[in-house]
Write a protein that binds this ligand. Sequence first.
Ligand SMILES: [Zn+2]
Length: 292
Amino acid sequence: MSLFPVSHPFLKRFDRWAAPALALVGLGLLLLETRRPLRRRTRPRLERWRRNVLLAAPAMPAARLTLLPAMVGLAQRAAPHYAARRLAQLPPALRLALEVLALDYLAYSWHRLLHAPLLWRLHRVHHNDLDMDLTTAWRFHFGEMLASIPYRAGLPALLGIRPATVLAYEAGFEACTAFHHSNWRLPLATERWLAPLLVTPRAHGIHHSQVQRETDSNFGVVLTLWDRLHRTLRLNVPQAAITIGVPAYPDPARQTVAQLLLLPLAPPQPWAHPDGTVPKRRTAGPPTTLHE
Ligand SMILES: [Zn+2]
């Protein structure tokens, strides 16, 4: 039994159904964010798109050839274990609901770990994008994909979660990642209606703010439930007040693809502008109320 069964029937099904569906979701979001932009751009789109697509070029194959197969390979090895046998005794709908909730909680907690010093070396490549749109959802260092294997493929296997559920959740995870990174201005009323349940573009825009308190908020990927439970939900920041990025990396000229690929080797910088000033903001109102 291979650890990375790249041609497993589940993965072929993922390629046949989920990949084209995700491409359609991406195309739809691209049209929507172009017609109804949420935040004002600070950099030319083509400059960032070229960089983000080139960073995705190794990251996406790394995910397809290692992370996704590991989700199947590790789960198959763990299938006879105690947790899987106990889960199998539950009614099917309850089992599926518990599996999905566990996977989404793992996504939340993994994202929090990415903001801890060691993994921040990799994750800052995603965060130092100077604007945020659909292409930011693809802008990950390939090392972050590899580093996520033990947590995002190993832990579901140990918990006895079925590989088909893991891959189906992964398709939803990717669609939600594209949605909440997009620069699509949903009507505020619609987003306020969605925000108690799902991570929305305004909520995730706050996570990409240069104010550290705001970056240390809204770690959820699909559900906002985990941010609520851990008191990391912060929705009361107007999008017009947000500067996207990491304050230590304001210079687009120092964001070549080669520099970004080598960035994990550089020591973490203090959370401040190069001149030493620290971005700060006072916010009004309850943190659970989404602002324009
Ligand atoms: Zn993050």
